[in-house]
Design a protein around this ligand. Structure first.
Ligand SMILES: Cc1cc2nc3c(=O)[nH]c(=O)nc-3n(C[C@H](O)[C@H](O)[C@H](O)COP(=O)(O)OP(=O)(O)OC[C@H]3O[C@@H](n4cnc5c(N)ncnc54)[C@H](O)[C@@H]3O)c2cc1C
Length: 495
């Protein structure tokens, strides 16, 4: 969510809430993904949207695997994709074909990736001043360079493989509306500091209130930045199918949906340690485990429960029809109200067609909790729903009918971290005590995108795949120049 749109702009509010949060909520690990999630546009609006929904759910589980990836969202599928691409590009092979298994609790890609806002927009400069104060110039710049890396790579893969129309990729740009003087001042300060630090600000443009009013009919100033929107589930489906099709002789890949992992225990096989990954359909002996479970990570890694770890946070989204045509609504993605609300019109073929707009946010209406520590996507929140219904008619006069009801409304669970950035790397490095660290050797994690995962998760997945291949090849992992240091687990002890 909040690309800048989404959440990053809200980090301040979120951190304030955390400081005053009642302690009884803090110790409880996340529950497993709920059995009866709300229906999202991306998953449920057409019967063929999720062709891999039940993939492998009836197939027997393998008795062992080299790598068990838990979670089939953009992170888990991204790790499998990158493992295979990296192996193919370097003609890597090992003693036996590398066996990679993805285990997913529910249907394929039915977590946050299948229920999000659909924005694929790297933050251009927002939050630069805060990051500059917290870290240094190089690290602050990497936040944006990393998102650029991830987004360009994903867009390049989509375009080179000819998937753009299948996955509804739209390069509509993104406009942030600045509702208050304070928002405008903060954004200008971020921009100025980023410019002085020579961050690439190509494509960023300030849009005065009069222009926004004349072109779009909203009475606010804003800024435009490059950005895409996309059908996230379809991208992840293509990535999985591509990985399967390019597997070659040196690896094999299988996916087992509707197979929740209930526990991970340590075992010893041929004098080396491995894990028993326990599911409701049997167990797999795995040499390595990747936690790609985002909001749900603390279910299997309980020390990640609480404010220093990954906080499940419910987001709500709806698909609502505009009452004006695409000629007036246009194709840009948007956010407004300090990044709380984010929306974009679904691609349409004709100018006079009234587009379906996907809008998320509204959590500020349930103050002071902001839906933090809510880990069930089985229901929507009526107060959030009311805020979302009222938002567009109040911003764009005459373009949305205030009495119009959404065609679909759903929730999904995001994984927040206090810093706003994900944890990436070996799980053991999050822990200080050696004894505890031993329990997690060769387990990896990439999770905690704080509602801003589309321009980050696929890049974090690439890092995990690199780390695993380095470990398997007995080589040292070389840190890519684009990766923010603070994402790495060894810089982020939680205990
Ligand atoms: C409502 C909402 C709106 C958002 N909007 C945007 C947006 O517009 N732009 C943006 O950049 N980001 C957005 N995000 C954030 C983005 O969707 C996430 O950061 C990203 O999808 C995370 O991907 P992931 O693969 O790590 O996690 P997920 O997609 O959540 O995948 C994790 C998977 O792990 C599975 N799992 C969990 N526990 C277990 C277990 N024990 N056993 C087996 N499987 C398990 C889950 O079922 C799930 O499928 C939004 C998120 C939400 C919820």
């Amino acid at each position: 969510m909040p690309v800048n749109p989404q959440i990053l702009g809200k980090l301040e509010h979120f951190q304030r809430v955390l400081e005053t949060w009642p302690s009884e909520h803090l110790a409880r690990p996340a529950q497993r993904p709920s059995h009866n999630p709300t229906h999202s546009f991306w998953i449920d609006s057409s019967p063929d949207a999720n062709p891999l929904a039940g993939e492998g759910s009836q197939d027997p589980l393998p008795s062992n695997a080299d790598i068990c990836i838990i979670g089939a969202g953009i992170t888990g599928v991204g790790v499998a994709y990158h493992l295979i691409e990296l192996m193919n590009n370097a003609s890597l092979s090992f003693e036996h074909p590398l066996s990679i298994v993805i285990l997913e609790a529910r249907d394929f890609c039915s977590g946050a990736t299948g229920r999000n806002g659909g924005h694929l927009t790297p933050a251009a400069f927002l939050e630069f001043a805060r990051r500059h104060a917290l870290f240094d110039t190089v690290e602050a710049k990497k936040s944006y360079e990393f998102e650029q890396h991830t987004t360009s790579l994903l867009v390049k893969i989509i375009e080179e493989n000819g998937w753009a129309s299948d996955v509804d990729l739209v390069e509509g740009g993104h406009i942030s509306l600045l509702f208050t003087e304070k928002e405008e001042e903060d954004a200008k300060k971020d921009y100025e500091m980023a410019r002085q630090a020579q961050l690439d600000l190509d494509g960023v443009e300030w849009v005065p209130k009069e222009t926004v009013q004349a072109e779009y009919g909203a009475p606010y100033a804003g800024f435009r930045e490059p950005g895409h929107n996309v059908w996230p589930l379809k991208v992840v489906t293509k990535l999985y199918q591509h990985a399967r099709a390019h597997i070659g002789q040196s690896a094999n890949l299988s996916l087992h949906t509707r197979t929740p992992v209930t526990a991970i225990t340590q075992e010893t096989v041929d004098n080396s340690s491995a894990y028993t990954v326990v599911t409701n359909r049997g167990s797999i002996s795995c040499s390595r485990v990747v936690h790609a479970t985002n909001a749900y990570a603390s279910h299997l890694l309980p020390f990640l429960a609480g404010p220093e770890g990954i906080i499940p946070t419910r987001g709500q989204v709806m698909a609502i029809r505009a009452s004006a045509g695409t000629d007036q609504i246009k194709t840009s993605g948007w956010d407004g109200n300090d990044g709380f609300e984010y929306w974009f019109p679904r691609p349409v073929k004709h100018d006079d067609e009234k587009p379906l707009v996907i809008i998320g946010g509204g959590r500020e209406a349930v103050g002071p909790g902001y839906e933090l520590y809510v880990d069930s996507d089985s229901e929507t929140h009526p107060v959030v729903g009311k805020a979302l219904r009222e938002f567009l008619p109040s911003v764009f006069e005459g373009k949305y009918d205030p009495d119009s009801e959404p065609e679909m409304e759903w929730t999904g669970i995001m994984g927040y971290t206090k810093m706003g950035d994900p944890f990436v790397g070996p799980v053991a490095d999050l822990l200080a005590a050696n004894l505890q660290r031993d329990l997690y050797k060769r387990q990896y994690i990439a999770a905690g995108y704080t509602g801003h995962g589309m321009p980050r998760a696929f890049g974090c997945a690439e890092v995990i795949a690199q780390m695993i291949l380095a470990e398997l090849s007995d080589k040292e992992w070389k840190e890519p120049a684009w990766l923010p240091q603070r994402y790495l687990t060894w810089n982020r002890r939680v205990e």
